[in-house]
Ligand binder design. Structure first.
Ligand SMILES: Cc1cc2nc3c(=O)[nH]c(=O)nc-3n(C[C@H](O)[C@H](O)[C@H](O)COP(=O)(O)O)c2cc1C
Length: 214
């Protein structure tokens, strides 16, 4: 099973569309897939620093918080691949993605010299980011995600693949919103010409994740 997580509160916009294409790609390579919208779960917190996941003789690798993220974290342990999608909010992933990553990464990490991660298997993963800004403002920010991507890749035993879809259409009718600095013609052109290419890249990414999971 390839599990995709949508960390946008919108279930049918840019991030969800790209994740849908990635899952189509995974299916084309023979994988079973599931899509979970993080904002459809009951609101959940990030790590609360209880350290139960690191207790000697305890349930290493398991987050002790119990909420609607719990079964999802369990399912991820059983999955064959993971595709995470997040919009960029204030130059970071959304609060839901951040909370999810805090819980997933921290519960699987030990402060030991010889064994840093307790995640039970190797698994391919991808991160799809959607940005409202154009490439010139996106590119200088990319390095801030590297450490999290590296940690996730280390935990899963293989490097994480990434896709950045920028200059996203944010709403359907710009004339209805206070947004006169946006060049609507350029935005619309980008949507028509570049976003379909991003969808094709997402499809290929999903197929690659499925292939790497075999
Ligand atoms: C609260 C909020 C903050 C945002 N901050 C940024 C930002 O810092 N940089 C950026 O490029 N886009 C930003 N955006 C735009 C979104 O990243 C972009 O529209 C994204 O595609 C939304 O994903 P969705 O269509 O799947 O909901 C922001 C949007 C919102 C709602």
């Amino acid at each position: 099973m390839i599990i995709a997580l949508n960390a946008s509160p919108r279930t049918d916009w840019n991030t969800a569309t790209l994740l849908g294409k990635a899952l189509e790609g995974a299916q084309s390579a023979g994988a079973q897939t599931a899509l979970v919208h993080l904002y459809s779960l009951k609101p959940f917190y990030g790590c609360v620093s209880c350290f139960a996941c690191k207790r000697k003789g305890g349930n290493l690798g398991h987050c002790a918080m119990h909420d609607e993220l719990t079964p999802l974290l369990d399912d991820i342990r059983e999955a064959d691949g993971l595709i995470l999608g997040s919009p960029i909010y204030w130059w970071d992933v959304t609060a839901a993605m951040r909370a999810f990553l805090e819980r997933l990464l921290f519960s699987n990490m030990l402060y030991n010299r010889d064994r840093r991660w307790v995640f039970p298997k190797t698994m391919p993963a991808a991160l799809i980011y959607t940005w409202g800004a154009e490439w010139g403002r996106v590119e200088p920010k990319l390095s801030r995600f590297k450490e999290t991507e590296d940690n996730l890749g280390e935990m899963l035993g293989m490097p994480v693949r990434t896709l950045h879809s920028f200059d996203a259409l944010q709403f359907d009718d710009y004339s209805k919103y206070e947004a006169d600095k946006i060049d609507v013609a350029a935005k619309t052109r980008h949507r028509e010409e570049v976003f379909p290419q991003d969808c094709a890249k997402a499809f290929d990414l999903g197929a690659a994740i499925a292939a790497a999971s075999k």
